[in-house]
Design a protein around this ligand. Structure first.
Ligand code: 4AD
Ligand code: MG
Length: 439
């Protein structure tokens, strides 16, 4: 009889129809009379039962082989569960690509081997696993949600260059490259370029790779990560913070509402609750007080004092203890970047924010930008940066300056929080960090 070609997600609605599905053998269990197979095609999983000759042949079918599978979709009775609530009663299959069996099998090498370095060498195969592929689906849904939010807020997407001759976040993490005999870098952040678009396009954003030569291994640092950055014109610090709050609340809400990603978040992070506005605002000076009161020490093992950088461990202890998202605001000038605007009521501190999430710590960093040329040149001087290569950035102040602000959100960091992953490496397809650029 005829078979309707279908993707697995479509097959769930084709009860009593004979269908043809193509995919990879995800799981296989054989008994005397039957073979129970789970097929995967990226849109879902389909449970199939094979009998007779078909079952006999399937005994030798290695996992990860690709096949075309034919059969009739039947609704499962109450009490029996399978993806889509259906089972395929298979009558025929055809091998498209046979996978290795025995010692070379994917199962032995990857699925059953928990050694992280082998899993990283075999990342191209590990991606086929249920957990990693689920995180990749949530990642796609999150990026879609962010774009939806920006569209609603009338931001225009732009594509700044990745090969640049200016730094944004300090010389120590620059990846240098030989650019036709000149020194150039892989971009650390698209911020400076985004600022130049304001007078051309109004509020803008980009979703681009940023590169950081982070020498140490941590749970939350990659050498290449997907950076969501936005820049907004003619607004004040308070409105700026509300915009970030809206971005986080709405993008997470859209992911949870997504019919594919929502259930995956629940599966990866059971009981996850979307955060609600308003987020807690905590001034840097009060965070220092909090750290002192809780006897948490700084990098030198001493009591925290005003002006100290709050490094990863202390930051995470604080946000995990407080247990809710925090907008940590008004950092001192000296521990932040050259471009940050000072607070009018206290010029020792800046109109800056780090968004901290429990389990991860900082997921977003942003600030209002210095809007006057002289103050900006002062910033370059303080950081020991030669302003000459930044002439185009400085021109932004010269040709019709305006109050403006922007931020960068680390995609892998917010996913680590949303999907409850221990490290950001689990939130990117092919992680890059010291010593790892393959596959
Ligand atoms: O705090 P950062 O360094 O800020 C900037 O780059 C600004 N110029 C962004 C802007 O205002 N447009 O980086 C922003 C965010 C961090 O909060 C973090 O989430 C992420 O980028 N991030 C990293 N993620 C993974 N690996 C790394 N090595 C990261 N470095 C920063
Ligand atoms: Mg930061």
């Amino acid at each position: 009889p005829e078979a309707v070609p279908a993707k697995i997600y479509q097959s769930y609605d084709l009860v009593d129809k004979r269908i043809k599905v193509s995919g990879w053998v995800h799981r296989l269990r054989v008994s005397k009379k039957y073979a129970f197979l789970v097929l995967r095609d990226g849109t879902g999983y389909l449970q199939a039962i094979l009998s007779g000759d078909c079952a006999n042949a399937a005994q030798a079918l290695p996992l990860e082989s690709s096949i075309e599978l034919y059969g009739t979709i039947t609704k499962l009775p109450e009490g029996k569960s399978a993806p889509g609530g259906v089972e395929l009663v298979a009558d025929y299959y055809k091998v498209v690509g046979l996978a290795p069996s025995g010692d070379d099998a994917f199962t032995n090498k990857v699925q059953e081997n928990a050694d992280p370095s082998i899993l990283l060498d075999q990342r191209h195969l590990a991606l086929r696993g249920e957990t990693l592929s689920a995180v990749m689906k949530v990642r796609a849904a999150f990026l879609k949600a962010v774009r939806r939010f920006y569209e609603e807020e009338r931001l225009t997407e732009v594509t700044p260059p990745s090969m640049v001759q200016t730094q944004v976040e300090g010389g120590s993490t620059l990846f240098k490259l030989d650019y036709y005999g000149e020194e150039a870098y892989l971009t650390q952040s698209s911020q400076l370029y985004l600022e130049t678009f304001l007078a051309a396009l109004g509020d803008v954003y980009c979703i681009a790779e940023s590169f950081r030569a982070e020498k140490s291994h941590t749970r939350r640092h990659l050498s290449e990560y997907t950076h969501i950055e936005a820049e907004l014109a003619f607004l004040d610090f308070k409105t700026f913070l509300q915009h970030i709050e809206n971005l986080l609340v709405k993008s997470v809400k859209y992911v949870l509402e997504d019919p594919i990603a929502g259930p995956l978040v629940e599966q990866l992070n059971p009981g996850f609750k979307a955060p609600e506005a308003p987020f807690m605002r905590l001034e840097y000076k009060d965070a220092i007080k909090w750290l002192q009161e809780h006897d948490i020490k700084n990098e030198d093992g001493e009591n925290f004092k005003f002006g100290d950088d709050i490094a990863e461990a202390a930051e995470r202890k604080m946000v995990d203890t407080i247990g809710v998202p925090i907008f940590l605001i008004r950092f001192p000038v000296e521990i932040k970047s050259f471009y940050m605007e000072r607070c009018k009521d206290d010029p020792r501190v800046t109109e800056s924010v780090d968004v901290l999430m429990p389990t991860v710590g900082e997921i977003t960093g942003g600030s209002m930008r210095i809007k006057d040329t002289d103050a900006l040149l002062e910033g370059f001087k303080r950081e020991g940066i030669d302003p000459a290569p930044y002439y185009w950035f400085i021109d932004q102040r010269k040709y019709g300056t305006c109050p403006h602000g922007g931020y960068g959100l680390g995609t892998e960091r917010i996913l680590a929080w949303l999907c409850n992953r221990f490290t950001v490496r689990e939130c990117v397809s092919y992680p890059r960090f010291t010593g790892r650029a393959t596959p």
